[in-house]
Design a protein around this ligand. Structure first.
Ligand SMILES: [Zn+2]
Length: 212
């Protein structure tokens, strides 16, 4: 028996364990020279990814939209496990979307902005990315910067990330600003910014499912 639609939510990397230790790759954190962020100037990408992802799940639940969080509460569980889990549960639904939530970093720590990635070629993932790009623009306006690749006529960037190519359902990976840039990281710590990013995802899910 298949029931309607499900959203598979993936908070990138690992988070804080019960001892308060950040259990993920060292590159997924940054110590700013000023400000407090998550702890003593440290910004933990995986912690932020979870804050946003759980906010999205809460909104979807409130709107009666099935969703499954495929990332672990804090473990940096493998991408294969996350994707296998989504693909297994997807067999019980007619349609689905996979959304991987991240924040970016650059070697110069100067890069800023919002990006959406899809797999290469034109698929339903591009449709979701287009809808989401518009929603984020509507909801965030000029509060944030945007990075886009318009060489192929759309706003999303293309990459062969595991979660984009091995998922059975359309998938997008979102890089929410750059956590190693002080100004972007400060935006990410603003609860209203989190709320607006989450609201944009809820609207994107509804609009995409309405097109099917
Ligand atoms: Zn990431």
């Amino acid at each position: 028996m298949k029931v309607d639609y499900c959203v598979f939510l993936d908070a990138g990397h690992g988070g804080l364990n019960a001892k308060g230790e950040y259990v993920t790759a060292p590159s997924k954190q940054f110590k700013h020279s000023r400000g407090d962020f998550h702890k003593d100037g440290w910004f933990y990408e995986g912690v932020w990814n979870r804050v946003l992802t759980y906010r999205v799940a809460q909104k979807l639940n409130q709107r009666g939209i099935s969703n499954i969080v495929v990332s672990h509460e804090y473990l940096d569980i493998s991408l294969q496990y996350r994707v296998d889990m989504a693909n297994w549960y997807y067999d019980n639904y007619k349609k689905g979307i996979y959304i991987s939530n991240h924040s970016n970093a650059s070697s110069s720590h100067l890069a800023r902005g919002f990006e959406i990635y899809t797999s290469r070629g034109v698929t339903n993932s591009d449709k979701i990315a287009d809808i989401h790009w518009r929603n984020v623009n509507d909801i965030m306006g000029d509060r944030i910067r945007y990075r886009q690749d318009q060489s192929d006529g759309d706003h999303d960037r293309e990459a062969s990330f595991y979660v984009l190519t091995k998922t059975k359902m359309p998938a997008i990976l979102i890089e929410h600003l750059f956590f190693d840039n002080y100004d972007d990281a400060s935006l990410l710590m603003d609860d209203e910014v989190v709320e607006r990013f989450a609201e944009a995802q809820a609207r994107t899910v509804i609009q995409y499912f309405n097109t099917l």
